[in-house]
Design a protein. Structure first.
Length: 767
């Protein structure tokens, strides 16, 4: 079966490519038997095409396992084939580096090393990326060096692919999303009636390494030898000639050569770069290379001259973001010291990545305006089922990755995932996701499965995360490759070995599972509560566990019950009117109580449309998202609001009706900014804390703002002396005590008793 499939794939490629294989048979005859596996090392001139042609050619002679970058390995439609050829997924460091990626990299390389020792064959790309110029550039890539230095039994074969530089799948004409390029190629084949495509000549040249190549030599020297061999095309100028092939069988016209990307290095006028910028950049390069600051020159190439690899490049991107407030810098573009200086000094900038195309047709349908309150229900799943039954075909939520989902679609996905989560070990499940549709589906699915979601803060470091693992006792945590791929320098500690990626579940959840969930989603709320054994769930059971840092800096687990959360949402909806035609933009992470309750659950349980944006620090993008989604409601801390509204234009924020701020006092500067945008009257300030689900006080719309507002319904506040706990008169400062249905019952594992008994009443000490 697999053989037949490979034949069909080979036939498909033959319709567009005429492949000539040179030297493979002869090389294989020269390799001694029983001396370990063969490590095939190709250059990489294109996306998708050369890996496919190389793998298919080698498979005709020997079994081989390709090492594939993870986003390709998990690509829908490709993953099944990757598992059949036993491909090894390896992370990409083009976006960011973190401990999870480093761990996966180590595991992948260990699998290759172990396999070579046992006689398995592998295809591994030394450069680790598609080439951006006519020359193959390996630079300081370290993967191959690690493999060769740690294997005792391994044969090396080099592969030089030529003829693809100038293809639409190469980077000669710039960078296009692969899906778009594949679709373009498919349409071209149809226009050429499939069998009449002009064919591109491709040569695959197999060779043993040059005599001077030594598997134990220094990494940069080893990489330079490979570069020289890959780029030796037999003419004076090293690198591959641009080869253009007509797209149409009915025309002799070639692609427009003027559209080709000429990647000349930008010339940076160093006199325009401040000395302090140079000092900072050179200091960082000195740290990475262990070379003196005085040794760096703008003309130096980061990879070839300084030996920096993709891990170092991702660190430099983070360095630029943190130290010079630059973003949207593609790691592949930072090739020289001069370009690094230019970006740091804001002399060189890059266009933001294009947004994903989202169909907003369902989102833009306006329901009849009416005020929203919570539906009937004692626990969150019951409220969710009732809301989805009422608003089934109405848009519920959306983001760039999931698109727009209706309430019915959301319900079906929650049930599908709940059936999977029920089988996971442990009563608690970790959740490592940003503000997103996926995050709220996971949270609701955990609750439906009678598991407690534990929201994990990835910004606080390994010590915090390891303490959370011990405190919560979670055995697994759900996350996403797409999120982790963009998570810079996160130290995930012991969590790394507990992660399950949502993308992987696509291949575990069968058609039967999906049909079963679809049928379940048609049932009534009462029937679903019985099916998932939720009909006897106590409202005081934990609906989520959030973490807040203690006075010693160690995290404290805060279990919030269904009663806590629903009472807080109900009270907030009473004092801040929310209408059916409002649109909520949620930007706060769900590990934050404000993000979890107010931005995450509230709109979904009320029947309100909510769009999610993953990173609250990207002010300009959020300002654009307010306009794009037509947001009328947004909540955030003042720090985030300042970034957003500084970057916003009046036109972008004209739809806002309420902007709610909390977590810290709103500074006068923020008030000035919103007044300047003409939305000053929309700003409401409140106060809350994690242990109180979180809202305690809020200014009322239409009333004069005073401090952080008045207590929300059913919440009692008392100001007492911090030592004697005696109530203080009005206008005197003191310790805030609170009681109400939104107040939690105590920290996880009873780490601390935060309650005070005064007379016959128990009060929570906010500290």
């Amino acid at each position: 079966m697999h053989w037949l499939l490979l034949k069909l794939i080979s036939f498909g490629f033959s319709l567009r490519y005429r492949v000539r294989v040179v030297g493979l048979k002869e090389v294989l005859e020269k390799i001694p038997k029983g001396e370990g596996g063969i490590l095939f090392l190709p250059n990489h001139p294109s996306v998708l095409v050369d890996p496919s042609l190389v793998t298919l050619s080698v498979l005709k002679k020997v079994a081989v396992r390709p090492v594939v970058v993870d986003f390709m390995y998990y690509l829908p439609g490709v993953h099944w084939l990757m598992t059949k050829v036993r491909a090894v997924p390896i992370p990409s460091f083009g976006q960011a580096s973190n401990t999870h990626k480093l761990r996966r990299m180590d595991l992948a390389l260990e699998e290759v090393i172990s396999g070579l020792e046992k006689g398995s064959n592998f295809i591994f790309y030394p450069a680790g990326k598609v080439k951006l110029t006519a020359k193959e550039q390996i630079g300081g890539a370290s993967g191959l060096s690690k493999i060769l230095s740690e294997t005792t039994r391994c044969q090396v074969v080099l592969i030089r692919t030529t003829g693809l530089w100038g293809s639409r799948f190469s980077r000669a004409f710039g960078h296009e999303p692969m899906g778009k390029t594949v679709l373009w190629g498919f349409r071209r084949m149809l226009k050429n009636l499939i069998f009449f495509n002009p064919r591109r000549e491709v040569k695959l040249e197999f060779s043993l390494p040059p005599a001077e190549f030594n598997r134990h030599q220094e990494r940069r020297e080893q990489n330079q030898l490979l570069e020289n061999w890959y780029n030796d095309m037999g003419f004076d100028k090293p690198g591959e000639e641009l080869k253009l092939v007509r797209y149409s069988a009915w025309s002799k016209k070639l692609p427009d050569l003027s559209l080709a990307t000429h990647r000349e290095e930008e010339v940076v006028e160093l006199k325009s770069i401040p000395k302090w910028v140079k000092d900072k950049v050179y200091q960082e390069l000195s740290r990475l290379t262990e070379q003196p600051k005085s040794s760096f020159k703008p003309s130096m190439r980061l990879a070839q001259d300084l030996g920096l690899d993709s891990l170092d490049a991702s660190e430099l991107i983070l360095f630029l973001e943190e130290q010079f407030e630059v973003s949207e810098v593609p790691a592949e573009e930072i090739t020289t010291v001069g370009k690094l200086l230019g970006v740091a000094a804001h002399e060189i900038s890059y266009e933001p990545q294009e947004e994903a195309e989202v169909n907003l047709k369902a989102w833009n349908l306006e329901p009849k305006r009416r005020r929203l309150y919570l539906e009937k229900g004692k626990i969150i799943p019951e409220l969710f089922f009732n809301t989805t039954s009422q608003y089934g075909s109405q848009a519920a939520c959306g983001d760039d990755r999931s698109g727009v989902l209706t309430y019915s679609q959301m319900k079906m996905r929650v049930l599908l995932l709940a059936n999977y989560i029920k089988k996971l070990p442990g009563q608690r499940v970790g959740v490592l996701l940003p503000s997103s549709v996926a995050a709220m589906i996971v949270v609701l699915a955990c609750q439906v499965a009678r598991k407690t979601p534990v929201m994990i803060n990835w910004t606080v470091g390994q010590r915090h995360i390891d303490a959370v693992l011990v405190s919560s006792g979670i055995e697994v945590a759900l996350s996403s490759w797409a999120f982790l791929d963009r998570l810079p320098n996160a130290e995930l500690g012991g969590l790394v070995d507990k992660l399950i990626q949502l993308e992987d579940l696509r291949y575990e959840l069968t058609l039967f599972d999906k049909l079963k969930s679809l049928m379940l989603s048609k049932r009534s709320t009462k029937s679903l509560l019985r099916h998932y054994s939720l009909d006897d769930l106590n409202t005081n059971e934990a609906a989520v566990i959030l973490y807040t840092s203690g006075s010693e800096g160690m995290p404290k687990g805060v279990p919030l019950s269904h009663r806590n959360i629903l009472s807080d949402i109900h009270a907030a909806a009473q004092v801040a009117p929310i209408y059916s035609n409002d649109r909520f933009l949620s930007i706060l992470p769900p590990f934050h109580s404000f993000g979890f309750t107010v931005c995450g659950l509230t709109p979904l349980l009320l029947g309100l449309k909510v769009a999610y944006f993953a990173n609250p620090t990207e002010g300009a993008k959020i300002a654009h998202s307010i306009d794009r989604w037509g947001a009328t409601l947004i909540c955030a801390a003042p720090t985030f609001f300042k970034k957003i509204f500084r970057a916003a234009t009046k036109d972008q924020v004209k739809t806002l009706r309420l902007t709610v701020t909390g977590a810290e006092a709103a500074p006068p500067e923020l008030l000035e900014i919103v007044e300047g945008l003409g939305i000053g009257e929309t700003l409401l300030e409140g106060y809350g804390i994690t242990e109180c689900s979180p809202i305690l006080t809020l200014n009322r719309p239409g009333e004069e703002s005073k401090g952080v507002g008045k207590a929300i319904p059913h919440v009692d506040l008392m100001i007492v002396h911090p030592d004697s706990y005696k109530p203080l008169p009005t206008n005197e400062r003191g310790l805030i005590l609170v009681k109400g249905p939104n107040v939690f019952s105590g920290y996880l594992n009873r780490e601390k008793d935060p309650f005070i008994r005064l007379g016959d009443e128990t009060w929570y000490d906010t500290g």
